[in-house]
Design a protein around this ligand. Structure first.
Ligand code: NAD
Length: 710
């Protein structure tokens, strides 16, 4: 057979052709790579010496999914369908081919990778690897037979679970469920695959009997199928509001899984095409690609990050304990400092609590945690013990004097190349760094609560933060599996200011007679995880009050606080922590807080304001217009300059619905001119708060958009 390929290494051994797939970096199914695979298989089929083919990957990867940038570029539904059907022919040619093909799965096997493996006649996987169909996470469904082959192997309920949620399972689970035939240690993968090849050669296994398309034993009868599908729809409806793909995937299995496999593939291909041209898929693919690119800034290109092995954590409170969880989970030696032994003990028990959930669901054991703490965590009340650290993260009280005092001392203790990171929510990084001899070593690493779970890491550069400090911080952010978004210093940095503009507008509406419950409903229906009242009660209305006061002081008249918010603050009802805020939490279920309702009622009465009922659209567009405008001001003020990153920050940090792509993606879809004109109208009605940013005016006039203009 032919052996010279760019992306495939061919080895022939006693009638078995081993095709090692090697398309760096992750064996993504790009067009040229697939063409070579096809060619190599045809060549192997045509060679009488070869009886069995083994497909395996090189290094860590088996086969990753399709190249989604190719999908992203397709605009017309009509041009996708033939491509999908053509690809199906390739997989069919494996499944119905003249010789057995074994998938020796050496690494994660997701999306198109699993679809190819399922078209093979035997799947042997290395221990611990993941298999799955994650397409829904980028707004698609499996488009190469996944919705039709997986249920035939694992049964409909498990296939629905895997495909409609996109969750992967381990090879071991795959073995139990039926999509994997054998799990072996990685070192013996090929020798075991070779043994399986011998079983085909001896006739113990027959590849014609092992075609996934012919399997029926796992498929439910008509009545069961109806019940299972209807349950899956209900489950998807609970979580999938605004999404398309989970429902299309369910439909593919509902209408497919028949006796006519080719017709089933056709149904899948049609539904795949519907998804591929949808705005939701474009948004989700955009987010996926932008997430990979987050933190890759020209400013730090080529700079080697400092190696971080030991991290000094200052403070084991709410934030510190969550950050230590991340450090331990990602193998960093951690030195926890706190003010006294009592604070340290509190910190340790808070750290243990952050692991309660993974222990509860069996992801780790109590012994694993004890070992992690024993091996990786030391504690101290002396800052002198920080001298061995490569990075210091500070999460002590929000007080500039206290923080600066600590840094002054630490610069005497630590090596000069050690990065100093503060987790302050709002104190200026530039001012904090001013006490250092070398302010370039300081940076803001703004984690979100709960730090061990929230994916966003807002990285804030002070005026003098060095490129080296930034490069090290971005690399560290990646190492603890966060999405690092880099912004510049300024009031509220990016995320708090963006949130303040978006959610903060709701209080003004309440002061105009709008029902808070209807605002809450509009925001949740739009796709946010919670409305402004619930969120305010969670963060604390006192904290929000001080944040806005700070904006009022530093950002001027556009940020005047709503008069009604001052009155609400004066009630002392600060949210959950005081038992009541917008809601009263004393009963079984939260109810609107009568005390606040009375304050609002009195205010409206005194001002002679009548109750008002805007539509959900009016409410949302008003909040969004203000948010988009603030984003434009922030670009102008050079707080941030990458709209893609700004959108990621509000998706990962504030739960903005991913299928909508983000605030700025939304602005582009809405039309910048429309946004601008809406702002002018709102400015006339409500004043300076809506004064359009000059940048937005310029964009409206020039036709520039956020995504294409920067
Ligand atoms: P916390 O009150 O839970 O913990 C404060 C820590 O500071 C404790 O370890 C405490 O022992 C220590 N401490 C107390 N007095 C001290 C003193 N005089 N000198 C030095 N340390 C002292 O607070 P937190 O919520 O973990 O916040 C810590 C930092 O993180 C703050 O700067 C805060 O603004 C920021 N932050 C908080 C959140 C949040 O949601 N809680 C989110 C992002 C950032």
């Amino acid at each position: 057979m032919k052996t010279d390929y760019q992306t495939i290494q061919v080895e022939i051994n006693q009638g078995v052709a081993i095709l090692r797939l090697n398309n760096p970096p992750v064996n993504q199914l790009s067009k040229p790579f697939v063409e070579e695979m096809k060619d190599a298989l045809i060549s192997a089929y045509g060679d009488n010496e070869i009886q069995v083919v083994i497909l395996t990957g090189t290094e860590k990867n088996f086969i990753a999914g399709a190249d989604i940038t190719e999908i992203q570029q397709v605009k017309e539904r009509g041009s996708i369908l033939p491509l999908v059907m053509e690809n199906n022919k390739f997989l069919n040619s494996i499944e119905q081919g003249p010789k057995p093909v074994i998938a020796a799965i050496n690494g994660n096997c997701l999306g198109g990778g699993l679809e190819i493996a399922m078209a093979c006649h035997y799947r042997i996987a290395a221990k611990g690897i993941q298999v799955g169909q994650p397409e829904v996470q980028i707004g698609l469904i499996p488009g190469a037979g996944g919705t039709q082959r997986l249920p035939r192997l694992v049964g409909l309920p498990d296939a629905l679970k895997m495909i409609a949620t996109g969750q992967a399972i381990s090879a071991e689970e795959g073995l139990k469920k039926g999509c994997i035939d054998e799990v072996v240690p990685l070192e013996s993968l090929l020798s075991k695959a070779f043994e399986a090849a011998q079983r085909f050669l001896s006739g113990t296994l027959n590849h014609r009997d092992r075609m996934t398309r012919s399997r029926k034993d796992q498929l439910p009868n008509f009545v069961m199928k109806k019940m299972i599908i209807s349950y899956a729809r209900e489950e998807a409806a609970k979580k999938g509001k605004g999404y398309i793909a989970p429902f299309k995937a369910i439909e593919a299995m509902e209408r497919g899984l028949s006796n006519d496999f080719e017709a089933d593939l056709r149904i899948e291909a049609e539904l795949f095409s519907d998804c591929a041209v949808s705005e939701v898929a474009k948004n989700l693919i955009g987010i996926f690609l932008n997430t990979r690119a987050a933190g890759k800034l020209p400013r730090i290109k080529g700079i080697e990050p400092q190696k971080i092995r030991t991290v000094g954590m200052l403070g084991g409170g709410t934030m510190g304990s969550g950050i230590v969880n991340l450090l331990l989970n990602h193998g960093f030696k951690t030195i926890l400092w706190d003010i006294n032994e009592e604070a340290i003990q509190k910190g340790i028990s808070a750290i243990r609590k952050t692991f309660a959930y993974p222990i509860k669901i069996g992801k780790m054991t109590q012994e694993d945690l004890d070992r992690k703490i024993q091996d990786h965590l030391t504690t101290t009340t002396s800052l002198d013990d920080m001298k061995g650290a490569d990075l210091i993260i500070e999460a002590v009280l929000e007080d500039m004097n206290i923080k600066q005092g600590i840094w002054k001392k630490l610069q005497e203790v630590c090596r000069s190349e050690v990065t100093f990171a503060t987790n302050t929510s709002a104190l200026p990084i530039t001012e904090m760094a001013s006490v250092l001899k070398d302010p370039g070593r300081m940076i803001g690493l703004h984690f979100f609560n709960p730090a061990e779970r929230m994916q966003l890491l807002e990285i804030i550069c002070g005026k003098k933060t060095s490129d080296q400090t930034l490069a090290t911080s971005v690399a560290f952010g990646r190492a603890i599996r966060k999405v690092p978004i880099v912004v510049n210093d300024g009031p509220g940095f990016y995320v708090s200011r963006q949130l303040g503009a978006f959610m903060g507008e709701s209080t003004f509406m309440v002061g105009e007679g709008e029902d808070p419950a209807l605002i809450e409903e509009a925001v949740v229906d739009f796709g946010m995880p919670m409305g402004p009242a619930t969120l305010g009660d969670l963060t604390g209305l006192d904290i929000n009050y001080h944040v806005v006061k700070n904006f009022e002081k530093s950002l001027g008249e556009r940020w005047q606080m709503s008069p009604i918010y001052k009155l609400i603050y004066q009630t002392g009802c600060y949210g959950r922590k005081t038992g009541a805020g917008w809601y009263d939490y004393s009963g079984e279920k939260p109810i609107p807080n009568p005390k606040l309702q009375e304050v609002i009622h009195q205010y409206l009465k005194e001002k002679g304001i009548k109750p008002k009922k805007s539509s959900q659209k009016e409410i949302i567009e008003r909040m969004l217009a203000r948010a988009i405008n603030e984003a434009a001001y922030m670009i102008q003020d050079q707080i941030c300059d990458r709209p893609q990153d700004m959108d990621l920050a509000i998706i990962y940090g504030l739960g903005f619905p991913p299928y909508r792509g983000g605030i700025l993606r939304y602005a582009d879809t809405w039309g910048i001119r429309n946004v601008y004109e809406h702002l002018l109208k709102l400015e006339q009605e409500h004043g300076v708060r809506f004064k359009p940013a000059p940048l937005l005016k310029e964009m409206a006039e020039s036709g520039r958009t956020f995504y294409l203009g920067f």
